[in-house]
Design a protein around this ligand. Structure first.
Ligand code: ADP
Ligand code: MG
Length: 243
């Protein structure tokens, strides 16, 4: 079977700093990959490369077998197919919740206003935000903003959705609601790559867990194996901080 995303020998430097050092992995339809690892290990850079927010120095990023780093590519269309949810939400603060979820559909996917609105309303309902359609993002809590950001990404019918520490900026009481939405999405078959420090979520929802350390994938496996019998000493040491 062709992978949705396949990464081959991916490398990225910032100046002298080697941030991604020969990364290889893939994700298949319906998989939930969680990426764990210490701060500075390259997790965000990996997601940002897949979303073309960073351009790698070397290697391949294949989307359905086609290298996104070669030839002409419409970056906005790419980011519709490979959506991203950020730690800091990145909503448009000058637009209502509803408009936030409509604008990309209209400009990038060329959907009509009516169709975009219908889809936005449907997905805002999915994340439990129907009653905030007319609100401005500034009026919402962090957890509510993040649920809107997830709905906005879903409105683009992504083939894969990337989450970069979606709950790290939230007050503790807001984390559960966002994780519940993400669990539902995982169960519904959405293909997801999730960078997270929420080990309970990773353990419960992941198809595979990837442990990154200093720009490499040090260990990768099913959650039962990674959490109960990690092969690498560094993985064991990292996980022991969460016990
Ligand atoms: P993580 O998400 O795992 O915390 P990052 O991918 O954000 O790690 O960062 C990996 C390393 O690359 C860190 O040392 C970080 O300081 C560095 N880095 C990230 N982005 C840049 C950038 N735009 N310019 C220079 N260094 C960067
Ligand atoms: Mg990061």
């Amino acid at each position: 079977m062709e992978h949705i995303v396949e990464i081959k020998n991916l490398k990225k430097h910032f100046g002298e700093l080697r941030v991604l050092d020969d990364i290889n992995f893939h994700i298949d339809k319906g998989d939930v990959i969680t990426v764990i690892g210490s701060s500075g290990s390259g997790k965000s850079t990996l997601l940002r490369c897949i979303n073309l927010l960073e351009i790698p120095d070397d290697g391949e990023i294949l989307l359905h077998g086609k290298d996104i780093l070669k030839g002409e590519l419409d970056v906005n269309k790419h980011r519709a197919k490979v959506g991203m949810v950020f730690q800091s939400f990145n909503l448009f603060n000058n637009m209502s919740v509803l408009k936030n979820c409509m604008i990309g559909q209209m400009t990038v996917l060329k959907r009509s206003k009516e169709e975009s609105q219908k889809k936005a309303e449907q997905l805002l309902a999915t994340v439990g935000m129907s009653s905030f359609i007319g609100a401005s993002p500034a009026q919402l809590s962090g957890g509510q903003r993040q649920r809107v950001a997830i709905a906005r990404a879903l409105c683009m019918d992504p083939e894969v959705l990337l989450f970069d520490e979606p709950t790290s900026a939230l007050d503790p009481e807001m984390v559960g609601g966002v994780l519940a939405v993400m669990k539902d999405l995982a169960k519904s078959g959405l293909t997801m790559i999730v960078v997270t420090h929420e080990m309970g979520f990773a353990r419960e929802v992941s198809s595979r867990v990837v442990f990154m350390d200093s720009g490499i994938i040090l260990e990768e496996g099913p959650p039962e194996q990674i959490f109960t019998a990690p092969k690498n000493e560094r993985t064991r040491e990292f996980l022991s901080r969460y016990l």
